[in-house]
Design a protein around this ligand. Structure first.
Ligand code: ADE
Length: 451
């Protein structure tokens, strides 16, 4: 592979390493399942000799996953999966204390972001790990010569990608054993790649494991999204009309936590089953055109684009606030908002931008329309990331153990991994459960016993 990009750490604030280390160790205390896996990996070294590149939110919790993969023997490069989610102190400690090569700078621009993507690929990984499918997409874009899609046409990255010969492009996938995907948006992109016949190695859909999305997407996104809104604005949630756009697991979590804080929650949906579920869960359900007129705070969690668009900004109330907790910053149409705006004042509070419209109305965008839980808070708490990242670590081990045997498709995490993780998590919480008697087991697998 063309390696014009040096594989060496690129971080913003090495002087923050002490603070980062404390935060990593604090988070680790709440990640008992990952600790258990790390201890085993330390002994068994299941990832020995493996080059890995991971594109994840660079947080204290991710640092503990990085430690686990390294304990297993992986030679790891970690880059940011979002320009605003990087915790610079954590990046500094990972480099200084935990022997990880990191390319991640909080607030980096597109050029820097894709320079890090290029670095992660220049590492020549056997296994990749994504949160949003950017690494796999980059490989596919190079292989099929869609370079402007890779880099947003950033020149240094384009030059690097163009330096691949036709042979190198063809061979790009040959060393890759497989990849892991952390989030819903990434899984959707990967399935589309599989359908188009461009996915040339197996990808394990970690997001789709019950041990991930039932907990991380719901309780993690639910709590951390409101945490982000509250840290950024300090608004009182009680009595607010909160419009939650999307009622997948993330939307369910956000709606339930907003209700817990006393908000009146309205859900918007395009899926009739999800909308019905929201209605029977006791939430108001209405089209966005109606919700736009009444909401005080709007939170998008759909995974789709332009959920809040020009016509919605036009009818919003004075002082309405909008934010996003979906993976990409496309859910709120900020270009349309800028078109309507007479005066844009960034950072009227940290992570809050004011838009004074030509009509005189003021609207507020929290977290620049990027993942508000990571831009304005610290992402999901460690306890829930414990399960997500335990799933990632064990899926990586499974992928390596089954090298060459898995289909070049988006595949599921084996059920035994999920059972191991949930059993270990319950044990760490001091929770015991029942087991079926022999008679019950027989009954549960037979068809002869009816009414
Ligand atoms: N995604 C959401 N929260 C996260 C966290 N704390 N660390 C890594 N990825 C995340």
């Amino acid at each position: 592979m063309a390696t014009t990009f040096a594989v060496s750490s690129d971080i913003a604030k090495p002087e923050l390493a002490d603070k980062g280390k404390k935060r990593i160790l604090w988070a680790d205390q709440d990640m008992p399942v990952l600790q258990q896996i790390r201890a085993r990996f330390e002994k068994e070294k299941p990832l020995a000799g493996l080059k890995m590149s991971a594109c994840l939110h660079v947080t204290a919790e991710t640092a503990n996953l990085a430690r686990t993969l390294k304990a297993g023997g992986a030679d790891l490069v970690l880059i940011a999966s979002n320009p605003l989610s990087t915790q610079d102190d954590v990046a500094a400690s990972l480099v200084r204390d935990f022997g990880t090569t990191v390319g991640a700078i909080h607030g980096e621009d597109g050029n820097s972001y894709y320079k890090h993507v290029a670095m992660a690929l220049a590492h020549e990984p056997h296994v990749t790990m994504d949160d949003g499918a950017d690494l796999v997409s980059a490989m596919v874009f190079i292989a099929i010569d869609r370079l402007t899609m890779l880099s947003g046409n950033q020149k240094p990255v384009r030059d690097w990608a163009e330096s691949f010969s036709a042979e190198q492009r063809k061979a790009l996938f040959s060393r890759v054993i497989g990849s892991m995907e952390e989030t819903t948006t990434g899984v959707i992109r990967l399935r589309a790649m599989e359908k188009d016949g461009v996915l040339k190695f197996p990808v394990i859909a970690v997001n789709d494991a019950d041990t991930k999305h039932l907990f991380d997407n719901r309780y993690g996104t639910g709590q951390s999204t409101l945490d982000g809104v509250i840290r950024a604005t300090n608004i009182l949630m009680a009595g607010k009309k909160v419009v939650v756009c999307g009622y997948g697991y993330c939307g369910k979590g956000v709606a339930s936590r907003a209700r817990g804080l006393g908000a009146q929650v309205i859900v918007t949906e395009v899926n009739p089953i999800a909308a019905l579920e929201a209605a029977m869960d006791g939430f108001g359900v209405m089209p966005m055109a109606e919700a736009a007129k009444v909401g005080d705070l709007f939170i998008t969690v759909t995974g789709n684009k332009h959920i809040i668009a020009k016509q919605h900004f036009e009818v919003m109330k004075e002082g309405a606030m909008v934010c996003n907790s979906g993976h990409f910053d496309i859910e709120i149409d900020l270009v349309a908002l800028k078109d309507l705006t007479a005066q844009h004042t960034p950072d009227v509070r940290h992570e809050v931008d004011e838009y004074k419209l030509k009509s005189g109305k003021k609207l507020y965008v929290i977290g620049s329309g990027r993942l508000v839980n990571l831009a304005a808070a610290e992402g999901h708490p460690a306890s829930v990331m414990d399960m997500s990242f335990a799933t990632q670590a064990l899926a990586t081990e499974y992928c390596v153990k089954n090298k060459g045997k898995l289909p070049n498709q988006v595949i599921a995490v084996p059920r035994e991994i999920e059972e191991y993780i949930s059993t270990a998590k319950l044990a760490s919480m001091g929770i015991m459960i029942d087991t079926m008697t022999a008679d019950q087991k027989k009954y549960s697998t037979s068809w002869e016993h009816g009414t």
